[in-house]
Design a protein around this ligand. Structure first.
Ligand code: G1P
Ligand code: ZN
Length: 552
């Protein structure tokens, strides 16, 4: 992409020789390798299309920040200068440019901004050899809908130039008010507003009593965005010892790690909790702070179960004491929460993968809590999943019930039965092989009903499609489902967030009632389903992989 520039008063118009068409339609924002973002005019072209498409840019207020990864500060500088050229009246930015995704959602809502730009590739590794991303959230604080991202994509295809102003880079070290041309730049402490919101939702005194007692906890920020938030909340306000926070300093390359809080990538934390005896509670969040993993002493909480436990215990948190409007889970998430919702007599919605589908339900007041199997849990307090919120919710429950995480899980299963669950990811599969596997399996689906699978009869099979109950929009092709007679199921999807090759996700779920064996290893409880899907979908032959890259 080469360019020439011309100036019109303060605005510089940089002409683009080739249109920029690199965005995957239907995906929220743009997530690519850091190297791709360093190509001349690459970031600028996408930002131009966003600023031309987002409603209210002229005279509007925008929230801006990111997870601190390599490229964050450069992108902030570019977006500020382009925002000024496009007539924004104000950009709210946080010290160090550090802003978690849920905190950004809160700020957009609180400050009545037209939206926000969040610089993150979420849980993907960062650094010059890692990934970078630009996410755009709307005025409700949530990810922009598919119609917006499609419009941005259309715009990028015919883009001929972008507008920018010259301005020196601002120091983001301290709060203050600056200006770039007519646009005001307000630098604020990014932690304050978020902490204030958490204090409204949870009983900090009660949690503090727990943490000041014999309740050692380990929180792993994975050298990503949540370090400063966690320090303020757990150490400064709740009184946990300072060494409770691990990897608390945000680093541009996340210390070389993969900031995804699961048993593989947060392995050190998992070992501390699952093998050691020093901690009673452990938690981790991802790159941009929207995901969470919860661990107890010798106990891993599956994210689908976590949503069910929060739903069943919601009354213990001040914010949710008066009951829940309803709950929602993404389709591949286990049905554990459905059983709780049924008992509570509230609605439970099944949406496609991705947070944006919860936004409509939250905005319409149809649900209060929602979550995904991929370590995302949230509520109507913002319009993103929220990692630290989930950790605080668990601590609130533990502070009231005064028992171990394992006790909470055991009593939950004894009451509702257990949904054994596991996700197997095959990462970096050559795209042709992954699509070949998927298309072939989809072709097999109609013939499967009535056949035997893992010793059970197949009672249904489809490619999941969703009609939004609020706006009736239809979203198709959301994953292949094989449903068995006893309520067990297997789902196969291709990831929409990977940047290297394709990722095949296989989701396995099997229900055991409270009278059954509640204490098996999920890989053993699901073993026959795992081998059946492996042979049906020819996973080993087609991927050339002996085993999944990640098992959760
Ligand atoms: C993954 C998760 C999905 C989540 C998304 C963004 O998407 O599976 O639940 O909403 O990341 O955090 P996928 O890569 O599966 O498309
Ligand atoms: Zn994330």
């Amino acid at each position: 992409m080469t360019a020439s520039a011309s100036a019109d008063s303060a605005n510089i118009f940089v002409r683009l020789e080739a249109p920029f068409t690199d965005q995957k339609p239907g995906t929220s924002g743009l997530r690519k390798s850091s190297r791709q973002f360093e190509q001349p005019n690459y970031l600028e072209s996408f930002v131009e299309a966003v600023l031309l498409t987002l409603p209210g840019v002229q005279g509007g207020t925008l929230v801006l920040g990111g997870d601190g990864r390599y490229g964050n500060l450069r992108a902030i500088n570019v977006i500020l200068r382009m925002g000024a050229a496009h007539g924004l009246s104000k950009v709210i930015i946080t010290t160090g440019g550090i802003l978690s995704t849920p905190a950004a959602s809160n700020l957009i809502r609180k400050r009545k901004a037209i939206g926000g730009i969040i610089l993150s590739a979420s849980h993907n590794p960062g650094g010059p050899d890692g990934d970078f991303g630009v996410k755009v959230n709307g005025a409700n604080g949530g990810p922009t809908p598919g119609s917006f991202t499609d419009a941005v994509f259309e715009c990028t295809k015919s883009l001929e130039q972008y507008a920018i102003v010259e301005a020196p880079a601002l120091s983001l070290d301290t709060p203050g008010v600056h200006s770039i041309g007519a646009m005001q730049v307000e630098i604020i402490d990014g932690v304050d507003d978020f902490v204030e919101l958490m204090q409204q939702l949870f009983d900090f005194d009660r949690i503090s009593t727990l943490l000041r007692g014999d309740f050692p906890l380990a929180f792993d920020a994975m050298h990503a965005v949540t370090g400063p938030y966690a320090r303020r909340v757990f150490v400064d306000l709740l009184g946990a010892p300072s060494n409770s926070i691990r990897n608390g300093m945000p680093l541009e390359d996340f210390g070389g790690g993969h900031p995804d809080p699961n048993l593989t990538y947060a392995h050190d934390l998992a070992t501390l909790l699952l093998r050691g005896n020093d901690y009673r509670f452990g938690a981790a969040c991802d790159g941009d702070g929207d995901r969470n993993m919860i661990l107890g002493h010798r106990c891993f909480v599956n994210p689908s179960d976590s949503l069910a436990v929060l739903t069943a215990n919601a009354e213990l948190a001040p914010a949710y004491g008066s009951g829940l409007a309803g709950v929602a889970r993404s389709m591949p998430t286990s049905s554990a929460v459905d059983v709780v919702a049924k008992e509570l007599g509230i609605d439970c919605f099944e949406t496609p993968t991705g947070w944006k589908f919860f936004g409509n339900l939250l905005d319409a007041g149809r649900i209060t809590l929602c979550g995904e199997e991929s370590f995302g849990t949230g509520s109507n307090h913002v319009r993103e999943k929220d990692g630290l919120w989930a950790v605080l919710f668990w601590l609130q429950i533990l502070a009231v019930r005064r028992c171990s995480v394992a006790d909470i899980m055991n009593s939950h299963w004894e009451r509702f039965g257990r949904h054994y669950y596991s996700r197997h990811d095959y990462e970096a599969v050559p795209s042709d092989a992954a699509h070949g596997l998927y298309d072939r399996l989809e072709g097999l689906l109609p013939g499967l009903v009535g056949q035997s699978f893992a010793g059970r009869k197949i009672t249904g099979s489809d490619n999941f499609s969703y009609t939004d109950p609020v706006d009736q929009s239809i979203t198709q092709g959301q994953g292949l489902r094989i449903l068995l007679e006893d309520g067990s199921r297997v789902v196969v999807r291709l990831s929409g967030t990977g940047t290297k090759g394709a990722t095949i996700r296989v989701y396995l779920e099997s229900y055991v009632p409270s009278s059954g064996d509640l204490h098996q290893d999920p890989q053993i409880a699901l073993a026959d389903m795992i081998s059946s899907i492996n042979s049906l979908a020819e996973i080993q032959q087609r991927t050339g992989m002996e085993s999944p890259s990640v098992i959760t």
